[in-house]
Design a protein around this ligand. Structure first.
Ligand code: PMP
Length: 366
């Protein structure tokens, strides 16, 4: 028998059964497509900012591990993003990594990680990978937070960690402040407010991050024009941050990311302006989509819209028809019963939004 012939058997006997059953996180091939599937910012940074990044990267030595002292970057992040001076900060290779670190540090095998559901799929994935038990508390039929159900589930499952994506992905909903406060008060462990889409709304928990003993606020730069960098940050009481820092892989933030980020943060208004443009374009796009036959648009505080198709074509058919026209959006039709026939559309540049609307008009009137 060739060595290769034995691989399947060894994998079956070695890799966890639950991992073997999973599919890897889907990332679509996007060459030549209008890409509205991943809530990226469609705008490239202006030449002057790119020149500054290029200089910073060129002057960064690669022969040494990243420095231990990240206090300069920490201060720059605090200033740029309104993190309270007294808060501690943990940096991650994307906020995906921070989600892992939180679960790893907090959960013994089988202990609960809880989130309203549907929400960011990686809360569930990270919990499973890290041997925790994921509890998803269904949203209402209108995709709003079900606070009574959340409080019952918190009481029943005593979660070590509650993740609240505010605004929520993939629905776009913004959970009310008093509901968040009630969850924080009821949770026996940590509540992580994932503010990945905060740049597209005024709401934030950041100024209050130190007000309760069990809250952390997590953010990312991925949605404000820097998804290629892989940088997320977690803010909270320095003692919480010190505990989570113990499970961080050494040198998780590479020197090129640090250099590029430091250079970009000197141009923070450019990032703000890009986010403001997407925010301003969200409602006109929502109105144009809602005017199409058989289309329901859910209210969104993010840089994306969740849309339900209930006309002649179902969500799968619309998704496929757009794909044929080289327009990529994300299909949630089969992801959860509450998301039946739902597609998620990133707000793109004006020409991309126009192309999407034109294609949908054609598809839905065919
Ligand atoms: N949180 C939420 C709610 C998200 O939607 C995403 C990305 N889709 C992330 C976190 C992860 O962001 P990143 O790893 O790019 O920082």
């Amino acid at each position: 028998m060739s060595p290769a012939a034995g691989v399947a058997g060894r994998i079956a006997g070695t890799v966890r059964a639950d991992i073997r059953e999973l599919a890897a996180y889907p990332v679509a091939h996007a060459e030549g497509c209008i890409k509205l599937d991943a809530m990226e910012c469609p705008y490239e940074l202006p030449p002057q900012v790119r020149d500054d990044i290029a200089r910073a990267v060129r002057d960064t030595p690669l022969n040494r591990y990243p420095a231990a002292d990240l206090s300069a970057l920490r201060q720059a992040v605090k200033t740029a993003f309104g993190v309270p001076e007294a808060a501690g900060l943990l940096f991650g290779n994307g906020s995906d990594e921070l989600i892992h670190l939180i679960v790893q540090a907090c959960c013994n095998p089988g202990e609960a990680v809880l989130s309203p559901w549907p929400s960011f799929v990686y809360f569930d994935m990270a919990a499973r990978f890290d041997h925790a038990r994921f509890v998803g508390v269904p949203l209402t039929a209108d995709l709003e937070l079900d606070l009574p159900a959340m409080l019952v589930a918190i009481e029943a499952h005593q979660p070590k960690v509650v993740f609240l994506a505010v605004p929520n992905n993939p629905t776009g909903g913004l959970w009310p402040d008093d509901a968040i406060a009630a969850i924080i008060a009821a949770a026996p462990g940590l509540v992580v407010l994932d503010e990945a889409y905060q740049p597209f709304t005024d709401a934030t928990w950041m100024p209050r991050v130190l007000d309760a003993p069990n809250v952390l606020v997590m953010r990312t730069v991925s949605k404000i024009g820097l998804a290629g960098l892989r940088f997320g940050y977690l803010a909270g009481h320095p003692d919480w941050i010190a505990e989570l820092d113990k499970v961080r892989p050494p040198y998780n933030l590479d020197v090129l990311t640090q250099a590029a980020l430091t250079a970009v943060l000197r141009h923070k208004p450019v990032l703000d302006e890009q986010a403001a443009r997407l925010r301003a374009d969200r409602e006109p796009l929502a109105a144009a989509l809602a005017a199409l036959p058989g289309v329901r648009v859910f209210p969104s505080a993010g840089n994306f819209l969740l849309v339900r198709f209930s006309g002649k074509l179902d969500g799968n058919a619309v998704h496929q028809a757009l794909k044929t026209r080289k327009i990529l959006i994300r299909n949630f039709s089969n992801a959860h019963p509450l998301l039946a026939d739902c597609l998620r559309i990133s707000v793109g540049a004006p020409a991309e939004n126009a192309a999407l609307l034109c294609a949908l008009q054609e598809i839905l009137s065919a």
